[in-house]
Design a protein around this ligand. Structure first.
Ligand code: HEC
Length: 172
């Protein structure tokens, strides 16, 4: 009977001891995976809609992975990516936004980026975001941009997938 209390105490403490053991077994701080700042910015501001890996299920939000680079086929497409309100008004300096958009376009875009495309510069981003899209129907504007992009780069035809999904969803 006298030992009951310490035993109960130990049982109550068990989860804490296990957690401490796990913490010890976990890699040291230096070895913890560190999310690069550019990816952190993306996750915070964009990942909720576009998905951690740039895949969102295109019915509601277009996929970025494997296709966002096609927009660089035309100057208008290149501009569109930065003039999008969600991008232009991102709470980031133009330098950070340039880094993030280059990550989005070149890393997520992968093989969809046309050969010899140049990365966005800070100055270019600053100019483009100062002129955000002010169109009533963003989706309609995207359709026009995509049409021209597909004309310039026929392999970009998959970009229309979002339009098709939207039409099916809204019945238009
Ligand atoms: C609230 C959801 C949401 C958030 C947050 C968001 N986006 Fe988007 N994004 C969309 C939608 C919807 C479209 C399609 C716009 C259209 O219809 O023109 C889009 C389009 C895009 C496109 C063009 C792709 C295409 O196929 O048209 C890019 C690039 C993009 N977003 C990047 C970003 C970045 C970078 C961020 C973060 C700074 C961001 N988005 C935040 C919903 C979002």
């Amino acid at each position: 009977m006298r030992h009951r209390f310490p035993i109960l105490f130990l049982v109550a403490l068990l989860p804490v001891l296990v957690m401490l053991g796990l913490a010890r077994a976990a890699p040291t701080a230096g070895a913890l995976p560190v999310i690069p700042a550019v990816q952190g910015h993306y996750l915070m501001g964009c990942g909720g809609c576009h998905g951690v890996q740039g895949r969102s299920g295109r019915e509601v939000v277009p996929d970025l992975a494997g296709q966002v680079g096609y927009f660089l086929c035309t100057p208008q497409g290149r501009d569109y990516l930065v003039r999008l309100p969600n991008v232009a008004f991102a709470n980031l300096s133009s330098e950070d936004l340039a880094r993030m958009m280059n990550f989005v376009v070149f890393t997520f875009g992968g093989a969809s980026v046309p050969a010899n495309s140049r990365p966005y510069t800070t100055a270019e981003i600053a100019t483009l975001r100062a002129d955000p899209l002010r169109v009533a129907d963003l989706h309609l504007y995207r359709q026009q941009v995509v049409r021209a992009v597909v004309q310039a780069c026929p392999r970009a035809a998959g970009l229309h997938g979002y339009d098709v999904a939207q039409a099916a969803r809204t019945g238009q």
